[in-house]
Design a protein around this ligand. Structure first.
Ligand SMILES: CC(C)(COP(=O)(O)OP(=O)(O)OC[C@H]1O[C@@H](n2cnc3c(N)ncnc32)[C@H](O)[C@@H]1OP(=O)(O)O)[C@@H](O)C(=O)NCCC(=O)NCCS
Length: 364
C-alpha cells in the first residue's frame, strides 16, 4: 500500500512586525483587549507577494528533503490571496523553482486551503498517479485589512509554509483526512469584493471583510469537533492516542475550547497565534515547521490537526510522522528585506481605508 509521507518542510515569515501596540496607534484598540480576546501579540506583514513567499517556503522544503525541483509531479498552492486569478500563482512557483515536469494549481477553501491541498495530494500519491507533491499555504492577507473595522483588522498576518509529500511504503503522512463545509454559513466570513461577481467597471475596488466573530467561533468549534470525531473513529483512535495537536491558529480561545471538548491537555497543543496571528492557509504548516525546528515533533509521533475557514469549510486529519525530524539540507535562497518600517509598508493601505497615519511614516 502507498502512503504519502511528509519528507520536507519549509517556511517563510516576513520580517516586518505589526505589534498590538503598533496597531493601537492606528485603530481604537489595545494590546490588553487583543491579547485577552484572541491570544495574539503581533503579526508579520509581507513586502513581497504571495507567490514569492510560497516559492521560498518550497525551496526550503525541497532542501530539507534533499529532493530537486525537477522531481516534483505536482504543486498545490493553498491561498485566499493569490496574486491573480488568471494565471494561477502555483504556475509562478513552478517556474521560479524550475519544477519542469510539475502540474500546478491554486486551491481556495480559505484558511483550510493548505489542509484541503494535503488531502488531495496525499490521495493522488496513495492512488499511484503521482509520486512527489509540494503543498504550500501562503497568504498576503494584510492587504485585505479594513482599518475602519477594529473587530477584524487585528486578527490576520502574512506568511508561508510548505511540505513535500513523497510516495512511501511505510505508514506515514496523512493516514486519514476529513473535509467538510458547514451548510448555510457563507456570510459570516466574507470578502465581498474579492473576485469577479461585484465588478462594476466604474467603481474603485474596495475590499472589506464582513465578519460575525461569535457566529464563526461557535461554528468553528463544532465543525472541527465533528471532523476530529470522524478521523479518530476511522483510525480507531481516541484523544489519548494522540501525541500532538496542531490546530488552525485563529483564536487562542477557539483552540482552548476545542482541546477542552476533546479532553486533551493544552501542553500537547502547538500554539503559535501569539507570534503570527491568523495566517489563514499558512497557519498549520507554519506551526508544524516551528514544532520541527524546536524539537516538539519527535519521530513516529501521531499528530492530530484540525482547521476551519470561510465557507465555512472545516477539516481534520491524523498524521503519522516518519523517522526523520532533521532537515537533510538547508536552502541558501532568501528574500531581500524591506527598507522602512511596517507603517511605511502599509502607507497606501492606510490612505485607501481612510486612516490618518502620516505622522507614523519615516518616508516622505
Ligand atoms: C473576533 C473575536 C476575537 C471577538 O471577540 P468577542 O469576545 O466575540 O468580542 P465582541 O465582538 O463581542 O466585542 C466585544 C466588545 O469589544 C469591542 N471591540 C471589538 N473589537 C475591538 C478591538 N479591536 N479593540 C477593542 N475593543 C473591540 C466591541 O465593539 C464590543 O464592544 P461593546 O461590548 O461595547 O459592544 C472573536 O469573536 C473571534 O475570534 N471569533 C472568531 C474569528 C475567527 O476565527 N476568524 C477567522 C476565521 S478563519
Amino acid at each position: 500500500m502507498n502512503y504519502a509521507e511528509i519528507t520536507g518542510w519549509g517556511s517563510y515569515v516576513p520580517p516586518l512586525l505589526m505589534t498590538n501596540d503598533d496597531m493601537s496607534k492606528i485603530v481604537d484598540t489595545s494590546d490588553e483587549w487583543i491579547y485577552s480576546r484572541s491570544g495574539i501579540k503581533q503579526r508579520h506583514y509581507t513586502h513581497v507577494s504571495t507567490g514569492k513567499m510560497a516559492w521560498l517556503a518550497c525551496e526550503r522544503a525541497l532542501a530539507s528533503a534533499g529532493v530537486s525541483a525537477e522531481e516534483i509531479d505536482l504543486i498545490i498552492l493553498g491561498s485566499t490571496t493569490p496574486e491573480e486569478i488568471c494565471p494561477n500563482t502555483a504556475s509562478y512557483i513552478k517556474n521560479e523553482l524550475g519544477a519542469t515536469k510539475a502540474s500546478a494549481f491554486d486551491l481556495n477553501s480559505a484558511c483550510t486551503s493548505w489542509f484541503y491541498g494535503v488531502n488531495v495530494a496525499s490521495d493522488m500519491i496513495k492512488a499511484g498517479s503521482i509520486k512527489k507533491a509540494l503543498v504550500v499555504g501562503s497568504e498576503r492577507i494584510s492587504l485585505a485589512m479594513d482599518w475602519q473595522k477594529r473587530e477584524s483588522c487585528f486578527l490576520f498576518g502574512d506568511g508561508a509554509g510548505a511540505v513535500l509529500l513523497e510516495e512511501s511504503q511505510t505508514p506515514a503522512g496523512l493516514l486519514s483526512g476529513h473535509m467538510s463545509c458547514v451548510p448555510d454559513s457563507r456570510e459570516c466570513l466574507h470578502l465581498p469584493s474579492w473576485g469577479m461577481s461585484p465588478l462594476h467597471f466604474t467603481d474603485d475596488l474596495f475590499i472589506s471583510l464582513n465578519f460575525e466573530g461569535q457566529e464563526i467561533f461557535k461554528s468553528a468549534v463544532k465543525g472541527m469537533s465533528d471532523s476530529i470525531a470522524q478521523v479518530l473513529e476511522k483510525e480507531g483512535l481516541t484523544p489519548n492516542d494522540i501525541d500532538l495537536f496542531i490546530p488552525h491558529q485563529a483564536n487562542f480561545r477557539i483552540i482552548q475550547s476545542l482541546a477542552k471538548r476533546l479532553d486533551f491537555p493544552m501542553e500537547k497543543v502547538v500554539v503559535r497565534i501569539d507570534e503570527y496571528a491568523n495566517t489563514s492557509a499558512a497557519s498549520i504548516p507554519l506551526a508544524m515547521c516551528d514544532a520541527l525546528q524546536d524539537g516538539t515533533i519527535k519521530p513516529g509521533m501521531t499528530i492530530l490537526t484540525a482547521t476551519f475557514g470561510a465557507g465555512l469549510t472545516c477539516g481534520a486529519g491524523v498524521i503519522k510522522w516518519g523517522e526523520r525530524v532533521e532537515p537533510i539540507g538547508i536552502s541558501d535562497k532568501n528574500i531581500p528585506e524591506f527598507e522602512g518600517t511596517v507603517f511605511d509598508l502599509m502607507a497606501d493601505s492606510f490612505v485607501h481605508y481612510g486612516v490618518d497615519a502620516e505622522h507614523l511614516l519615516t518616508k516622505a
